[in-house]
Ligand binder design. Structure first.
Ligand SMILES: C[S@@+](CC[C@H](N)C(=O)[O-])C[C@H]1O[C@@H](n2cnc3c(N)ncnc32)[C@H](O)[C@@H]1O
Length: 278
């Protein structure tokens, strides 16, 4: 079994398919072996995870997300993620996959208490289309869940679609490896603009993955060009921003898995991933 770290689950806008290429570029931009990496709008953590898989010490990574991912990664980084609570939530899942959706819907109406970090990955792994689910302080919002689906005699797809992706067993395996492998990261559960209040270290490499323009369905947003302009007034550190279009003349079209596997990413008219350097 691979010991490489993996994102807990699929997530709208998640960068796992282009994380290798993004990490190549961030590592190239690093001024030395002790560089400090910033993964702002980290979501499911695809880029930070890739950096750790490539040998970066978690203590050299600062993540940030205003959503429940921020709570999840804060708990993972500080070693306060409660595996017993997580196991309890997983043990309460119905065995019948047809009952999962109703279970998740019911779970999402209960008070979060102090277990947002542990509950969130369970809900997000069951989210319809990987769309962002968020907690608005009182309740979960945008909480729509996948149903178990089985092929009929005439359906094109021949295999069933599971309501949780990955399965509860695989989710637990991934989270357990993250508890061990990502311990030591700093994660701020805050608005991205707050990082402009303090100077960045000289050896910083900064990556920002905002909700893409024209993309709907996220709880929060911000103006990335304003962020980049104010960042530049504050710091000369390399700054890279993901978008579906180039934002600067210094932008690279990512190829979904590198040059060899990049055919689908290059198709005209298809969704594109650009990394722009400011
Ligand atoms: C495209 S997703 C990031 C995906 C991530 N790189 C991954 O691999 O999963 C954008 C993220 O930005 C976060 N976000 C949006 N507005 C924000 C803000 N003002 N401050 C902090 N985070 C914000 C959202 O919660 C969301 O997780």
């Amino acid at each position: 079994m691979s010991t490489l770290l993996r994102v807990p689950c699929a997530y709208q806008g998640g960068k796992q398919r282009v994380a290798v290429e993004i990490a190549d570029i961030l590592l190239d931009a690093a001024p030395g072996p002790g560089a400090r990496f910033y993964d702002l709008c980290c979501g499911s953590g695809a880029v930070s995870i890739e950096l750790v898989n490539r040998g970066v010490d978690p203590s050299h990574i600062t993540m940030l997300d205003l959503s429940s991912w921020g709570k999840f990664w804060s708990a993972i980084g500080s070693g306060t993620f409660n595996m017993d609570t997580f196991d309890q939530l997983l043990s309460e899942l119905p065995e019948d996959k047809r009952a999962i959706r109703a279970h998740m819907s019911a779970l999402s109406t209960l008070p979060v208490q102090d277990r947002e970090a542990e509950l969130y990955p369970v809900l997000q792994a069951s989210s319809f289309g990987g769309k962002q689910i968020w907690h608005d302080g009182g309740r979960w919002a945008n909480a729509f869940f996948r149903n178990y689906w089985e092929p009929t005699a005439t359906s094109v797809r021949r295999s069933p679609a599971n309501p949780m992706q990955p399965s509860p067993v695989e989710l637990r395996r991934r989270v357990e490896t993250l508890v061990n492998g990502m311990r030591g990261v700093t994660c701020l559960n805050a608005d991205i603009m707050t990082v402009l209040n303090t100077p960045f270290p000289d050896d910083a490499v900064v990556y920002v993955d905002p909700p893409y323009q024209e993309t709907t369905g996220y709880a929060f947003g911000f103006d990335v060009k304003t962020f980049a302009r104010r960042f530049r007034e504050l710091s000369s550190a390399p700054l890279f921003v993901s978008e579906g279009t180039p934002l600067t003349r210094n932008a690279v079209l990512l190829t979904f898995g590198g040059a060899k596997g990049g055919i689908s990413g290059m198709r005209k008219g298809k969704h594109q991933e650009w990394l722009s350097q400011f």
